[in-house]
Design a protein around this ligand. Structure first.
Ligand code: FAD
Length: 225
């Protein structure tokens, strides 16, 4: 019997959708859009596949709740089963998608939004749904090209947008890992902390926050695996 996430995804209800656009946003990353047929809460995910024989994978919605399309941001795992196929899609191609679901939900409370890589996606959905006006956005990436949506983020968050790049340098970008920047903070304000990205990043950041006096109840995590 299938158990856990794999079993859940094998049994999830999928409906047909058609690609309305697919845009390259970095050498190995794309934003894929299709018509929105359900309401959703910013922060939720959809299950997506190109073929009913391939178990769907989960992707955070990165578009706003009032937009007519659902967009997802994904990067290609060269040895992955689904993402190389997603990257070859063209407008008009068929997809199979679930209704949005998930409990990593944005709200109006002040928060620090912390992301690694494509983990920026749910915060873009929150931002484009009218949330985050007082929030900080902290994004870590190895390469400058992978600060997805940075133009939008600079104009929305201004000085509250912190980019940490571990392998390249640029003006206005902290050189080093996101975790090093966080560990160097002298104070963590009493806000909500949202963490989104790899398990490694989420565990490391959670430890830093707890050591810095943040209550575990104020930390919400979405792990991409
Ligand atoms: C809640 C959630 C939200 C997510 N949101 C996003 C998002 O917004 N954007 C995004 O890009 N990704 C997101 N992901 C990750 C996404 O669901 C996929 O896992 C990812 O896109 C890889 O899919 P794939 O089919 O190309 O790779 P897969 O075929 O799933 O393989 C992934 C990696 O695991 C390795 N692998 C596969 N099988 C095995 C095995 N048996 N043993 C060892 N290694 C193995 C592969 O070599 C590859 O490197 C999310 C995941 C979760 C759980």
């Amino acid at each position: 019997m299938d158990t856990g996430l794999k079993g859940f995804l094998r049994n999830i209800t999928l409906a047909s959708a058609w690609v309305s656009s697919i845009k390259s946003v970095a050498a190995d990353a794309f934003v894929l859009s299709f018509e929105r047929t359900h309401p959703f809460h910013p922060g939720q995910v959809v299950a997506v596949t190109t073929d009913r024989n391939i178990p769907p994978r989960l992707y955070s919605v990165c578009s706003g709740a009032d937009e007519g399309e659902i967009s997802i941001l994904f990067n290609i795992k060269p040895d992955g089963l689904l993402t190389p196929k997603l990257a070859r899609l063209l407008p008009g191609d068929q997809l199979f998608v679930s209704a949005p679901f998930g409990a990593f939900l944005g709200d109006n409370k002040p928060a620090w939004w912390i992301a690694a890589g494509t983990g920026i996606a749910p915060y873009r959905a929150m931002m484009r749904s009218g949330l985050g006006a007082q929030n900080w956005l902290i994004h870590g990436s190895r390469r400058l090209a992978n600060f997805y949506f940075d133009d939008e983020m600079v104009s929305f968050f201004g000085d509250r947008y912190v980019r940490c790049c571990s392998q390249e340098k640029a003006d206005g970008v902290v050189h080093g890992r996101l975790t090093a920047w966080l560990a160097g903070q002298t104070r963590f304000p009493p806000v909500q902390y949202y963490l989104c990205g790899s398990a490694e990043m989420v565990v490391e950041v959670r430890d830093i926050l707890i050591r810095g006096g943040v209550n575990l109840n104020s930390i919400m995590s979405e792990i991409y695996f």
